[in-house]
Design a protein around this ligand. Structure first.
Ligand SMILES: Nc1ncnc2c1ncn2[C@@H]1O[C@H](COP(=O)(O)OP(=O)(O)OP(=O)(O)O)[C@@H](O)[C@H]1O
Length: 362
């Protein structure tokens, strides 16, 4: 069979990656195809960090080209994270390409644990990542990321340098004030403090800033989704009905402010006993995936309820770094990959305007 650009594209279009939900051609990975007497050379560019996956992707591509065309091409695969669109009228954050808000609705479902591990999973794939603890009332990232006694450096009394830990640039109100002081802030003060924290931090060349939101769908969450250039969001829930009801509210809040929801992460989906390995759906079964399908968003994955996850967080070394080869780290990595791959498919055009939002007490 004669090898043409067309036939190579056709072959590449048969490779569909679950993380993308699309084939390589539709996802715009193909940058150039050169066919000469010396052979075939193909240059591909992924839109999300994939250092750890590169070998696997290259093997898939080699196998497909060989099967379809008996072709052994020289394939170069690189990746680059683009800055994707956020709302028009909101200024981009200097040094930050994309902001991903991690929200829950209900408290205590594991949003901070998920945010920290997803940030670390993106770092493991080669990305430059920041983690902002936007939980002004109950900051937990300084402990989870092992930096509870750290104080950030400041430049010219105004700009704050993020605290770097496990390869992530982090910022939290917990670095700046006594957490007990934060508990008593009233709504507008808390929103103001959050905006200041976001704007005054000197983030350095981030592909992604993961924002760990406080639970709920109130003032702070609205401020963030309206005044901060959020690119997309991720919803964390347990499979319990109570948590799911609040997660629905969080999804609808993001939909109202036109922030794309990349998907739902189910946390504590199954309890795994650390003694005997017995598995039990303590909070119910299938809640996260049902929520995702009912809300027409992606189901990104499910984390078990294990002592290991809690222990690792309490020790300041989330599971992705504490046990990078373990099952839990692998789940977080898959979720991070799907999240960043889906984000890579979002528009790079700015232009939508904000709908007006009002808060009603119900
Ligand atoms: N999958 C899990 N298995 C075991 N423990 C977990 C798991 N996920 C989170 N935890 C633990 O549950 C507690 C609450 O988690 P986390 O602080 O991440 O929740 P949150 O939703 O951010 O809470 P908040 O509403 O206070 O912001 C922590 O002690 C954490 O270590």
């Amino acid at each position: 069979m004669t090898i043409t650009e067309q036939s190579i594209k056709q072959s590449l279009s048969r490779i569909e990656l679950p993380e993308l939900g699309k084939d390589l051609v539709s996802a715009n990975w193909v940058k150039s195809i050169d066919i000469s007497e010396a052979g075939v050379s193909i240059k591909l560019m992924a839109g999300f960090p994939c250092e750890q996956q590169k070998k696997h992707y290259l093997a898939l591509i080699a196998e497909q080209l060989n099967t379809d065309l008996n072709c052994q091409a020289d394939v170069e695969l690189n990746w680059q994270v683009a800055a994707h669109a956020h709302k028009a009228g909101v200024k981009s954050l200097s040094g930050v390409k994309n902001i991903i808000a991690v929200a829950s609705g209900k408290g205590g479902v594991g949003k901070s644990t998920t945010s920290a591990n997803l940030a670390l999973a993106l770092v493991a794939e080669g990305a430059s990542v920041g983690l902002l603890d936007a939980d002004i009332y109950g900051p937990s990232q300084p402990i989870m990321m092992g930096m509870k006694d750290s104080r950030p450096e400041t430049i010219d009394q105004k700009r704050i340098l993020p605290v770097k830990t496990h390869g992530v640039q982090t910022m939290s109100i917990g670095y700046l004030i006594d957490p007990e002081q934060a508990m008593v802030w009233r709504g507008p003060m808390a929103s103001g403090a959050l905006q200041q924290l976001i704007n005054d931090t000197q983030w350095q060349d981030l592909d992604y800033l993961i924002v760990d939101l406080p639970p709920g769908t109130g003032d702070i969450q609205l401020t963030l989704s309206q005044k901060v250039p959020v690119t997309a969001s991720v919803i964390v829930t347990t499979p319990q009905d109570l948590a799911l009801a609040d997660a629905v509210k969080a999804i609808s809040m993001f939909e109202k402010v036109s922030v794309p929801v990349l998907g739902v992460v189910e946390n504590m989906g199954m309890h795994i006993c650390s003694n005997c390995g017995h598995q039990e759906h303590i909070f119910g079964e299938g809640g996260g995936s049902n929520l995702a399908s009912d809300s027409h968003v992606e189901f990104l994955g499910s984390l078990p309820l294990t002592k290991q996850i809690r222990d690792d967080s309490d020790k300041g070394k989330p599971s992705v770094v504490a046990d990078p080869e373990g099952d839990v780290a692998s789940i977080y990595r898959t979720i991070a990959r799907t999240m960043s791959a889906r984000l890579s498919l979002l528009s790079k055009d700015y232009g939508q305007s904000f709908p007006k939002i009002s808060i009603t007490n119900d």
